[in-house]
Write a protein that binds this ligand. Structure first.
Ligand code: XMP
Length: 510
C-alpha cells in the first residue's frame, strides 16, 4: 500500500485516485500523524502532497525525519518537493513570480520517472506554487526544468527519493499517469492488486469492525451516494442498519416512490419514512439567504435524525454518503482552503451532535461511487441517477421557499427530467435541472399581459463536480423544454439558459 501524507493540497484526493486507477491501494493521512502509526502500516511507498504553506514559514508543517529513516521510496509533489529540499539540506526561496497553471517542462533523460515518455523535452505540466527550490540537497540530481525554475524535478536514486514541483495527478499534466505508474511500479515495485471489488470487500469488513454490535442510522436521500452507503452497510451489519428517509418537503416529484420504496422492497433494507415537510417549510419561512437556508436545513435534518435515532436502542453511529468533493469544499487539512458553500453533509453538522459519523465513501469521487453501485448490483435507474443536493429544491428556489414556488419548480423540473430521458441526454450529462428565479417578468399570452415567474435551465457536463461546463444541448431540445414549461406550468412565462462554467460559477445557483 501507498501512504499519502496530506499537507493540505486541494489535489490530495486526486493523487489517491490516480493510484487507485492503476490498481494499488492507498491511504491518506494528515501530515502531523504519528510516524510510528504509519510505520506500523508497513507502507510500500510514501507520497508527500502539495499544500498551501511555505516551508520558510516557521509555523509550516514539517517532515518528521522518521519518515526518511523508514527506507521506503518517497515521492514529494510541490510543497512535498520543497519540504524534502528543506529537510535534506537544500535551499528553498520565495519567488517573485508565482507560477499557476500550464508550464512547459523539459525532463532530463535517465530518470526512472520518465520511462515510456517520448516527448520529454516539451511536456505540458500543471504548476501551482509560490516558493521554489534554489539548490538541491546533496546526493540529488536534477531531473527536469522549466523556463522559470531550474529545479522542477529531482531524484536521489540510491535512496529512492523523488520530487516534482509540478502536479502529476491533475488531468492537465501530460503523461501524469505514466509518471505516477513509474513511481508505483518501477520504483516502488508494487503490484496492481486493488480493484472496486476489493474496495467493496474491504469497506464491508472495515465497517463491520468499526461498528461492532452497535446500531447505525442512515439518512436515505434518494441520491446514489446514500443508496450505496445503505447497501454497503446492509451487507456489513444487516438489519442493524436503520435507514431514515426524511421527507423534508424539498424533493422532486415522485422521488420517494422511485427510490426509497424501491430500495426497501428489493434490497430488504430497514427503511422508515418520516414526514417532516411542514417542519422544514415552516423553518424556511422568510429565509432567503443561501447559507442560512443550507445551515437551517442541515441542522433540522440532524434534529429529526437524533429524535428518530433516540427511539432506537444502542444507536452509536450516523452514516452519511459524503463524497470527497463535499469534503474539500467545506474543509481541508488545517482549513486553509476557503469555504465555498456549507455542504449539507459536512458544514451543517452541529458540534454537540451525539452520534459518531460513518462515511465509507468519503474518499471517492462520484464516478467511482457509480462503479461501486454497479459492483453492488444496484439497478441502472439508481446507479445513473444524477446528483441531487441534500438541501434539495430549497437551493434551486432563489429567494424564499414557499409551497407555491415549490410546486412551480417541481412541475418545471419534471419536464426537464422527462425531456432529458426521452432524448437520451440524461446519461450524457452530469446534471440537468430547473431553477426558479426570484423575479417576475412581463409576457403576453393570448391578448393579455402576463407578469409571471422565470425558470432557468441548468444543464452541465462534469467528471467530478470540481469543474463543470454548460452542456451544448441541441437547440430543438431546448426549445421543446422551454415551450413545454411555459405552456404546462402555470405561473411561468419565460425560460432562460445558464451558460456559465464552474469556476467561476458553481453548479447549483445557491
Ligand atoms: P456546486 O453547486 O458546489 O455543486 O458546484 C457541486 C455538486 O454538489 C452538489 N451539491 C450538494 N450535494 N449536499 C449534497 O449532497 C449539498 O449541500 C450540496 N450542494 C451542492 C451539486 O448538486 C453538484 O452536483
Amino acid at each position: 500500500k501507498i501512504i499519502i501524507l496530506d499537507f493540505g493540497s486541494q489535489f490530495t484526493q486526486l493523487i489517491a485516485r490516480r493510484i487507485r486507477e492503476v490498481g494499488v491501494y492507498s491511504e491518506i493521512h494528515p501530515c502531523n500523524v504519528d510516524p510510528e502509526k504509519i510505520k506500523a502500516l508497513n507502507p510500500g511507498a510514501l507520497i508527500l502532497s502539495g499544500g498551501p504553506s511555505s516551508v520558510l514559514d516557521a509555523e509550516s508543517p514539517q517532515l518528521d525525519p522518521a519518515y526518511l529513516e523508514m527506507n521506503v521510496p518517497i515521492l514529494g509533489i510541490c510543497y512535498g518537493m520543497q519540504l524534502l529540499t528543506h529537510t535534506l539540506g537544500g535551499k528553498v526561496v520565495s519567488s517573485e513570480n508565482r507560477e499557476y497553471g500550464r508550464a512547459d517542462f523539459c525532463g532530463t533523460g535517465g530518470c526512472e520517472l520518465w520511462q515510456g515518455i517520448d516527448d520529454l523535452e516539451k511536456l505540458t505540466v500543471w504548476m501551482s506554487h509560490g516558493d521554489r527550490v534554489e539548490s538541491i540537497p546533496e546526493g540529488f540530481k536534477i531531473c527536469g526544468t522549466t523556463k522559470s525554475i531550474p529545479f522542477a524535478a529531482m531524484a536521489n536514486e540510491e535512496r529512492k527519493i523523488y520530487a516534482l514541483q509540478f502536479h502529476p495527478e491533475v488531468a492537465h499534466t501530460e503523461c501524469g499517469n505514466t509518471i505516477i505508474s513509474n513511481f508505483v511500479f518501477k520504483i516502488a515495485g508494487l503490484k496492481a492488486d486493488w480493484s472496486m471489488s476489493s474496495f467493496v470487500e474491504n469497506t464491508i469488513k472495515e465497517m463491520r469492525e468499526k461498528i461492532g454490535d452497535a446500531q447505525v442510522v442512515l439518512g436515505l436521500s434518494g441520491g446514489i451516494d446514500s443508496n450505496v452507503v445503505a447497501v454497503l452497510l446492509h451487507k456489513a451489519i444487516g438489519k442493524r442498519l436503520h435507514c431514515i428517509f426524511v421527507d423534508n418537503g424539498l424533493l422532486r416529484m415522485h422521488e420517494r416512490e422511485e427510490v426509497i420504496d424501491f430500495l426497501g422492497e428489493h434490497f430488504d433494507l430497514n427503511v422508515k419514512c418520516v414526514d417532516a415537510a411542514r417542519l422544514f417549510l415552516d423553518k424556511l419561512k422568510g429565509v432567503d439567504d443561501p447559507e442560512k437556508k443550507r445551515k437551517l436545513i442541515g441542522y433540522t435534518f440532524i434534529d429529526v435524525f437524533n429524535e428518530e435515532a433516540q427511539a432506537l436502542k444502542n444507536v452509536k453511529f450516523l452514516a452519511q454518503g459524503t463524497l470527497y468533493p463535499d469534503v474539500i469544499e467545506s474543509e481541508s487539512f488545517k482549513g486553509p482552503s476557503a469555504v465555498i458553500k456549507s455542504h449539507h453533509n459536512v458544514g451543517g453538522l452541529p458540534e454537540h451532535m451525539d452520534l459518531k459519523l460513518v462515511e465509507p465513501l468519503r474518499e471517492l469521487f462520484k464516478d467511482e461511487v457509480r462503479k461501486v453501485a454497479t459492483e453492488l448490483g444496484l439497478p441502472e435507474h439508481i446507479t445513473w441517477r444524477q446528483p441531487f443536493p441534500g438541501p434539495g429544491l430549497a437551493i434551486r428556489i432563489l429567494g424564499e421557499v414557499t409551497d407555491e414556488r415549490l410546486e412551480i419548480l417541481r412541475q418545471a423540473d419534471r419536464i426537464v427530467q422527462h425531456e432529458l430521458h426521452a432524448t437520451g441526454w440524461y446519461r450524457k450529462m452530469w446534471q440537468g435541472f430547473a431553477v426558479l428565479l426570484p423575479l417576475k417578468t412581463v409576457g403576453v399570452m393570448g391578448d393579455d399581459r402576463t407578469y409571471e415567474h422565470v425558470i432557468a435551465l441548468r444543464l452541465v457536463d462534469s467528471i467530478d463536480a470540481m469543474t463543470a461546463d454548460w452542456s451544448r444541448l441541441p437547440n430543438d431540445i431546448l426549445a421543446r423544454m422551454s415551450n413545454r414549461i411555459i405552456n404546462e406550468v402555470k405561473g411561468v412565462n419565460r425560460v432562460v439558459l445558464d451558460i456559465s462554467s464552474k469556476p467561476p460559477a458553481t453548479i447549483e445557483w445557491e
